[in-house]
Design a protein around this ligand. Structure first.
Ligand code: G
Ligand code: G
Ligand code: NA
Ligand code: MN
Length: 254
């Protein structure tokens, strides 16, 4: 069967799930939000990485219904966090270019929030530079509308795309996420360090919170703390995990 048809079936049969990776404040390592990462669990238990199906989902347009499911599932997850007394933890959802262009609207997100009883700050959107490149004017208009509504917007994988400074200057962003390729060698490679230091300063100069992704050891964490980075995410602090494991961890049981 063609992969597109299998993806369509997977959505219908409920084979997608979300894993949640904590994003911590650097100051006290408290969890401020979680990034939702989609997984495709095949009936045989095998887990397919989004790297192996998101590109095709984008090409075929299936990313729109899949992305809608991701937002609804993230909203349900937020309710469970709030019920567990952790309504302060927001959920960041990755939105790809096609989805941002034809699957996301101000009214759609308002309806989602109203239906799920979600505070506006409960959902963050993580956008990559490809979102901005595809149709910059339309993306900017939508971002301004969402921002006006109080939706937090992050620019993801910053530094790997075209990284036009005009995006940072002209778009209503809240977070800049330094791509993990720069974070990896930050404690050992002066060139990576120079880039990260510059990105932290750039983000702060623009009033953005700076997130370092892919933090895998204590040396990286110490370096980022010393350089004044705001938030951190990575295997050193927590892997993407099922919602129940996240709830247990937030309750201090793990
Ligand atoms: O966790 P990980 O290896 O699985 O994620 C791989 C890539 O897939 C990352 O670039 C991530 O942003 C992307 N990704 C994960 N979940 C989603 C999703 O729900 N929507 C989109 N568009 N991309 C996602
Ligand atoms: O493109 P995006 O930044 O959304 O991708 C997030 C990806 O990074 C996911 O695949 C996630 O599983 C992965 N990831 C999260 N933390 C780490 C880490 O510490 N090291 C590595 N190598 N990957 C990570
Ligand atoms: Na992301
Ligand atoms: Mn990223």
């Amino acid at each position: 069967l063609a992969l597109v048809q299998r993806l369509r079936d997977a959505l219908e049969r409920g084979e997608f799930e979300l894993a949640y990776q904590p994003i911590h404040r650097l100051s006290d390592l408290g969890v401020v939000s979680v990034e939702a990462l989609i997984r495709w669990r095949r009936p045989d238990g095998r887990c397919v990485s989004p790297l192996d199906f998101i590109p095709l989902a984008e090409e075929s347009g299936l990313i729109v219904p899949i992305g809608a499911w991701v937002l609804e599932e993230a909203a349900r997850a937020y309710r469970r966090l709030a019920d567990a007394g952790r309504g302060d933890v927001s959920i960041a959802v990755n939105v790809s270019a096609v989805q941002f262009e034809s699957g996301i609207s101000r009214d759609g997100l308002r309806a989602l929030r109203a239906g799920a009883g979600l505070p506006v700050r409960a959902l963050h959107l993580e956008l990559t530079e490809s979102v901005l490149l595809r149709n910059p004017d339309a993306a900017r208009v939508l971002m301004l509308q969402l921002h006006e509504d109080g939706v937090c917007l992050s620019i993801d994988d910053f530094g790997t795309g075209f990284s036009s400074m005009a995006y940072l200057r002209d778009l209503p962003l809240d977070h800049l996420k330094i791509d993990r390729g720069f974070v990896r060698d930050v404690a050992s490679d002066p060139r990576s360090a120079a880039i990260c230091r510059t990105l932290i300063g750039l983000g702060h100069g623009l009033g953005l919170s700076v997130v370092a992704e892919g933090v895998e050891d204590a040396a990286q964490l110490d370096w980022l703390r010393a350089e004044g980075c705001d938030l951190v995410q990575g295997y050193h602090l927590g892997r993407p995990m099922p919602l129940d494991a996240l709830l247990a961890r937030l309750a201090g049981l793990e």
